[in-house]
Ligand binder design. Structure first.
Ligand SMILES: [Zn+2]
Length: 296
């Protein structure tokens, strides 16, 4: 039985990229923190199903929630980096990106005593032309990235068309970096996003289930992602456009129930387990062998 990756982008409900034009970073302190209760619910669900997960944590949140981060580690999950303040890579200079990933890694490692191996860019914003970010990750001591979403999106705010859809090594001259892309669905010759988030809440459950079954037929782990605020129907509503409202607030009441079903239907592990398996076979191998029965 293949074990898939359960991943969480740990950020507050008001830090979502789609709200950036409404909520200035300098105002973040004025909003109520809700992440403790939301993550508590996630930890309960994961424990009920004996699943392990990777939490990509925003440095800004970690600095204010040390107890929560340590509780996640104590529960046996992996802590990885989501950058400092949710700036998209497309809005950063190389120097700003380096400072963000370095500071976040330092804070998380000081807090937990565990090495941070992984990174996921806010809004999957490592797009074609921003590959320098991957080199900086290698230089800053990261072992894997989970930002290249192998889909073509209108507007190009995220998506890495042509990216390999399964875990693999990136051929960067500077050193090896494993890439763990979010899961996509192969359908009628197209590759569609199906790895979690709004696709999980708004579309039929079968979409994510079929995408993960396709991964199993290929013999590789899939990568599911969710945000703590997606389990929080009572979060304060921000005034946003109709489309953002649907994407962000639609289906919040069904998230917990669907997660319960997903965790019953599949086995889940942290990304670091797959990266360890990748490292064991060496960077020259493009495909990763699945990690089987990694959860006792
Ligand atoms: Zn995020």
């Amino acid at each position: 039985m293949i074990a898939h990756h359960f991943t969480i982008d740990l950020e507050e409900y008001f830090q979502v990229s789609a709200f950036a034009s409404r909520v200035a970073r300098c105002d973040w302190e004025r909003f109520e923190s809700r992440v403790n209760r939301e993550v508590g619910r996630l930890l309960e669900l994961l424990a009920q199903h004996n699943a392990r997960a990777t939490f990509f944590v925003l440095g800004w949140v970690a600095q204010r929630q040390a107890g929560l981060i340590r509780a996640i580690v104590r529960a046996g999950h992996e802590i990885a980096s989501h950058g400092w303040d949710h700036a998209r890579v497309t809005d950063q200079t190389r120097s700003q990106f380096r400072q963000s990933v370095r500071r976040t890694k330092d804070v998380l490692e000081d807090m937990t005593g565990v090495s941070v191996l992984g990174f996921r860019a806010p809004s999957f914003s490592i797009v074609p032309g921003r590959e320098w970010a991957l080199d900086i990750l290698v230089e800053e001591g990261y072992r894997y990235d989970s930002s290249l979403f192998p889909v073509r999106r209108p507007g190009g705010s995220y998506g890495y068309p042509g990216g390999w859809p399964d875990p693999h090594w990136l051929a960067r001259g500077i050193g090896p970096l494993a890439e763990i892309p979010p899961t996509t669905l192969r359908w009628c010759g197209l590759r569609l996003p199906a790895g979690g988030g709004a696709y999980f809440r708004l579309l039929p459950y079968g979409l994510v289930r079929t995408a993960l079954r396709q991964c199993e037929r290929r013999g590789v782990p899939g990568t599911f992602y969710i945000h703590p605020w997606e389990l929080d129907p009572a979060q304060p509503r921000l005034r946003v456009s109709w489309l953002t409202r649907v994407r962000h607030y639609g289906g919040l009441r069904r998230t917990a129930q669907r997660l319960d079903r997903l965790l019953a239907d599949f086995r889940f592990i942290a990304v670091r387990d797959t990266v360890a398996a990748l490292s064991a076979v060496g960077p020259a191998v493009k495909h990763v062998p699945p990690v089987q029965s990694a959860v006792a």
